[in-house]
Design a protein around this ligand. Structure first.
Ligand code: F6R
Length: 366
């Protein structure tokens, strides 16, 4: 059932174009975005004045991307939090607070408990979930399903990219229901998102180049990932993937925070992976890359066609991705080279990538 791939993780990485296409399928009709499966009162969405996104691990990083989209398109304040923290504080919620609980499995104890905690305070809860009929899906007021298909590898890949798609759809839906965006505008964005599967195919072609980089860096004891705006959740996710399956130390920081502390870690031989797509924060990323390089780090930059020329003058290695059809959708593409980088480092080091030590696919205990 690995369909010719050595591992489930590699198979699932390669399934992302299909998974993303399926999650986008059939959402727009007669000038409106429809999320019928949500099964909630449509008008309720027009009255939402605050959003909390609750999740754990990789799913929370997908939620961070959703936050940028919800604030940008729907104009609603949004907070993203670890479900395990949310459930033990006193968040202020009311019926106009929408809670989006993101979970691939729908069985993560902390995420379910956080959703129930919110529901007790009469806040409507939407689950963004991959498993039909899972506990979270049943407990929530409404569900938006990702169509990643069964994810077997412990390290999440295709579930993550489809969660980002789901988050973008929810943001557009909120914008529509609040009258912030019109059908034609939403249709234009959805049309552009349809280009993502073929762009993902292009990104997957970088595999050989990424494997060579992994060979070169497989013994680096510490890797720092930096990003800004939507590049930041991807920096977090890149660091998590690397530590989960290769057991090497990896951390991520908002690039602008470097000089407030983390840059002290940089010395000759450090590896810094920089998320540096073309866009409104690109110039700032270049300054951050220059700063770490001046202190001896080797920099692997994840750029796009529009940023690659500047990156080549500043970084040691540049991976050039196609330009995303929208800046907010960039993470769906930019996470893929980081998944492959972690994958190759782990396999070169002889680790079992599908079953990493100490981890379970679904965390049903606190
Ligand atoms: C990392 C990973 C975990 C999960 C987390 C939440 O690769 O898979 O961090 O994302 O345990 O799981 P779900 O989404 O099932 O609630």
């Amino acid at each position: 059932e690995k369909q010719g791939y050595d591992t489930f993780m590699l198979k699932e990485i390669h399934e992302q174009p299909r998974a993303v296409a399926d999650t986008l399928l059939g959402r727009f009709d007669e000038g409106r975005l429809h999320l019928d499966e949500l099964q909630t009162d449509e008008r309720e969405f027009g009255r939402v004045d605050k959003v909390f996104v609750l999740a754990c691990g990789t799913s929370r990083y997908a939620g961070m991307v959703a936050k940028y989209a919800i604030e940008h398109w729907a104009g609603i304040p949004c907070e993203v939090e670890e479900a395990s923290e949310f459930r033990y504080r006193d968040p202020i919620l009311d019926p106009h607070t929408l809670v989006i609980a993101i979970s691939q499995s729908g069985e993560t104890t902390d995420t379910i408990a956080a959703a129930l905690h919110a529901r007790d305070q009469r806040a409507p809860v939407i689950a963004l979930c991959n498993i039909v009929g899972s506990t979270l899906a049943r407990e929530a007021d409404g569900v938006l399903y990702t169509h990643a298909g069964l994810e077997v590898a412990v390290a999440s890949t295709k579930a993550f990219t489809t969660q980002i798609v789901g988050g973008l759809l929810l943001a557009l839906y909120l914008a529509q229901q609040r009258g912030r965006m019109y059908g034609s505008e939403i249709e234009d964005i959805l049309g552009r998102l349809q280009q993502i599967p073929s762009a993902l195919e292009q990104v997957l072609e970088l595999d050989g180049e990424i494997r060579q980089l992994a060979e070169q860096y497989q013994a680096v004891p510490y890797t720092m990932f930096i990003g800004r705006h939507v590049g930041l959740p991807i920096a977090y996710e890149g660091a998590l993937k690397l530590k989960e399956i290769s057991y090497l130390h990896a951390e991520a920081f908002a690039a602008g925070e470097m000089k407030h502390g983390p840059i002290a870690l940089i010395e000759d031989g450090s590896l810094v992976v920089a998320l540096a797509a073309a866009g409104h924060v690109f110039g700032k990323m270049v300054s951050n890359i220059q700063e770490v390089r001046a202190r001896g780090a080797s920099v692997l930059a994840i750029g796009t066609e529009g940023s690659t020329a500047d990156l080549k003058a500043n970084a040691d290695h540049v991976l050039t991705l196609p330009e995303a059809p929208h800046e907010l959708a960039g993470p769906i593409l930019s996470v893929v080279p980081l998944q492959l980088f972690a994958y190759h480092i782990a396999t070169l080091r002889g680790e079992d990538v599908d079953q990493p030590r100490n981890l379970a696919k679904t965390v049903t205990v606190e």
